[in-house]
Design a protein around this ligand. Sequence first.
Ligand SMILES: [Zn+2]
Length: 120
Amino acid sequence: MTDTTCTIEGCVRPVRAKKQGWCGAHHQRFLRHGDPLGGGESRAGAAANLAAAWLQLDRLASAEQAARLAVSLAPGAPEARFNLGKALERLGRRDEAIAEYRRLPDFEPARTALAKLGAR
Ligand SMILES: [Zn+2]
């Protein structure tokens, strides 16, 4: 059976694109993004939006979780990390928040947040 399963690591769906050895979903991603593992940016965006929404709703643990997911999907996106900092700050985890903000030296809102916390 293994030769009929998608060759992407961790994927157990049946092969649809026989030439590449990918399932339908991974083949679709390849067609859309040029990479069977592509599309991470939009998933990161969705996670970042979710984090912002949880923050607005004061669901801080959920906001932290969504923000961490967003950061892992798009480590270079400052908004995702900033939201993580916000969630940590509002959870009372000041030092962790400062650490996240400090990783965004070129992101103005993070500098402002650091100043408000009395940190640089
Ligand atoms: Zn697959």
